[in-house]
Ligand binder design. Sequence first.
Ligand code: 6AU
Length: 257
Amino acid sequence: VPLRLEDRKSEMTNNVAKKLVDIIEMKKTNLIVAADVGTKAELLELAEKVGDKICALKLHIDMVNDFDFDLIEQLKQLAQDHNFLIIEDKKFGDIGSTEQAQYRDGVHKIVEWADIVTVHAICGLESLNALEQVAKKHNQGPRGAMLVVQLSCKGNLIDENYTQKALDIAKQSNFVIGVVAQDSFDIPSLITFTPGVNIVDKGDNLGQQYNSPEHVVGKKGADVIIVGRAIYNAKDQSGEAEKYRQIAWDVYNNRNK
Ligand code: 6AU
């Protein structure tokens, strides 16, 4: 059973990691909502409704049909008002040079506003360092990454060997605040984020596999859960977010007793 995040904070070197742990403890929430909606209006409404229940909001910004920088400004304001971090789930996976341009440039200019980005481990430590360089140069505030070391989808190609090597990379980078995974790995400095969480469904018809919050936090040792459709497709998004927050928080609190 992993220790509480606050008891592992001294092992964490990245300021975004510390900030996230502080938010989690203060707001009593280890819930991230995956805001995988297609319009600016839906995204802002969801952020407003779940803002008080979450430690971070995870975006796939390239899904938003009417993206503009007013959306970013409004999201940043909501993040400040409700005290949550913004994650862009870009899953970088290319050579360092390409990743640098994808992080910094283009339509979305991710480095300017995303506290945290997701990165695939497949391209190795130097690709990760390339992203860190961009973050440092831009200096828009503390920046970090979540390294994908396992996947929730059926038939994915990640095996134990890959996961171990990915963890080695995670341990070597101060940019990495934690891992996206289905298991936890007894590395106190890293936060474990687990997607594929749903109370009702066991999966979708496109390969996604779900487990309950009790299972991933209580049995598998996740620190933080990531929940998308179960919350944003609910009629009462705020109420549903509160339900997931409460369950995940209770299990997290009780596992070290
Ligand atoms: O709850 P869902 O199934 O609606 O959404 C799950 C969210 C989606 C996925 O892109 C993401 O979590 N995800 C990830 C992440 C966060 O990187 C990894 C993974 O293995 N499975 C997964 O679903 O936004």
